[in-house]
Structure formats: C-alpha cells, structure tokens
Design a protein around this ligand. Structure first.
Ligand code: 6U4
Length: 155
C-alpha cells in the first residue's frame, strides 16, 4: 500500500495551523497538511522535511517533528487510492510560507478549520492531535470516495 507523510505546522502562540490548498494532484480543491509520497531510501522524517519545504517553503529540522498519528485510508471503489499516512506535528521551523504551483498555504485559527473543504476523515483525528493524543485509525470510504463509511480506532 502507498505510504504518505503529512506535516501540520502549528503556531501555538497564535493558536493557528498552516494548511495547504491543493491546486493539483491527489485531493485537489481541498485543504490539508503538507506531504506526499516517500522517495526511495527516505525515512519518514526525511520525506516529511522535504515535502514540507517543497510545498510550503518552511524549513524544519527532523528532531522538531512530533509523530502525531498513523492513519489508514481505504477506498473500496478505488483501491489504487488506498494509503497509510504518517502525520507529524511541527511547532518550530524557519522561513515564511510560500505559494507553489501545487499548493497555496493559508493560516487558520484552530477554532476555524475549513472542515467543509477538507477530507471528511479530518474531524475524527485532527482534534485529537491538537489535544496532544496520538491517534491510530483506519477509515473506509463510501463508494463515492468522498464520505467516511467506517472509522475504526486501531489497537
Ligand atoms: N484522507 C486523507 N485526509 C487527509 O487529511 N490528507 C490526506 C488524505 N489522504 C491523503 N492525504 C494527504 C497526504 C499527502 O500529503 C497528500 C497526497 O500526497 P501524494 O503525494 O499522493 O499526492 P500528490 O498530489 O503529491 O501526488 P500525485 O497525485 O501523484 O500527483 O494528501
């Protein structure tokens, strides 16, 4: 199954999180964290730092990445989309967000997340991460590939 990393830059002092509006590729038209596929030989942390830099312009040190969630997404109507996503929380970085061809970074207050424009699994796991827990979950999508049919806690 495909493996993705996902980074969520969290600005605690200002109570906000940086999300990316995806202009192309998987999840186009939705807001989400910054991430993508692992390249050959990369660890999760190295891939996370690279994807964050490519998609947001922010520079992170691997030791500042906090492992925040392991998520499995199953799409019975489109098994090619099945993937495991390893989510990292990040509270320290260098640089300012930069728009790229693929993604437009936007800050959102933690109480004002654009949930209607995000994957429908997000409300199950993102609040848990923000509260400091480390969810491990599996989501099975409906035939429409857009709504969650089943959300399971793993372990
Ligand atoms: N159900 C889901 N909920 C969510 O919040 N983020 C998800 C998600 N499924 C995938 N993601 C994230 C993980 C990763 O950052 C991104 C997909 O990365 P990919 O590398 O697969 O997409 P790309 O657009 O870079 O690649 P291509 O589709 O091959 O162009 O979407």
């Amino acid at each position: 199954m495909l493996v993705n990393v996902l980074v969520l830059p969290l600005d605690r002092p200002q109570h906000r999180v940086l999300l990316g509006f995806k202009k192309t590729g998987f999840g186009a038209g939705k807001y989400g964290g910054f991430g993508g596929k692992l390249e050959v030989g990369e660890t999760l942390a190295v891939a996370a730092v690279r994807e964050l830099q490519e998609e947001s312009g922010l520079l992170a040190k691997p030791h500042n990445l906090w492992y925040a969630a392991q998520l499995e997404f199953l799409f019975p109507a489109c098994p090619d989309w099945n993937r495991t996503v390893h989510v990292f929380r990040l509270e320290f970085w260098e640089g300012e967000p930069q728009e790229s061809d693929e993604i437009r970074p936007v800050w959102f207050g933690l109480d004002e997340l654009p949930l209607k424009q995000m994957w429908s699994d997000v409300p199950y796991w993102l609040p848990q991460i923000l509260q400091g827990s480390r969810p491990k979950m599996r989501f099975t999508y409906h035939q429409d590939n857009q709504t969650v049919e089943l959300a399971e806690e793993l372990e």
